[in-house]
Design a protein around this ligand. Structure first.
Ligand code: DQA
Length: 150
């Protein structure tokens, strides 16, 4: 049987996790988060591919190229959450199960962060739990994929 795959996408400045605004985003590096997610995925017989970029077009290209090869997408578009029609359009175009995650609670922050341009095209959001948002989001995504297959 074909191994199931999940693509985890991280937007701009998330490569600085562990250094940047620790009180908001927590002490864990992106590498640590990815390693932890890979282990969780493996236990459920999923392969996890992760990609971070500070460039909007690179994230769009990744979504386009990988959509046919993966079963779902876990995405934290970071600042592009609030600005990127291109990422929204790419997710709509590929139409595979997608879960949006944020480390911080974007609804408790500055007004410009309160709107996500992808919230209505994803299956759901997990926000405000630090690195745990990714873990919970991954579990929710796997459940969504499994339900679609049943
Ligand atoms: C973020 C929230 C965004 O508003 C911000 O630009 C980020 C991180 C989060 O995970 O809390 O870079 O997506």
């Amino acid at each position: 049987m074909k191994t199931k795959k999940i693509l985890v996408l991280h937007g701009p400045n998330l490569n600085l996790l562990g250094y940047r605004e620790l009180s908001l985003y927590g002490p864990l590096s992106l590498q640590k988060i990815n390693t932890h997610l890979k282990k969780i995925a493996q236990k459920q017989k999923y392969t996890l591919l992760s990609y971070q970029s500070n460039v909007e077009g690179a994230l769009v290209t990744k979504i386009q190229k990988w959509a046919l090869k993966v079963d779902g997408i876990l995405i934290n578009p970071a600042a592009y959450t609030h600005t990127s029609i291109a990422i929204r359009d790419a997710l709509l175009a590929v139409g595979i199960p997608t879960v949006e995650v944020h480390l911080s609670n974007i609804y408790k922050r500055e007004p410009f962060r309160k709107h996500s341009l992808i919230s209505d095209v994803v299956h759901g959001q997990v926000i405000g739990f630090g690195a745990k948002s990714y873990e919970l989001g991954l579990e929710a995504l796997i459940q969504t994929i499994e339900r679609q297959r049943a």
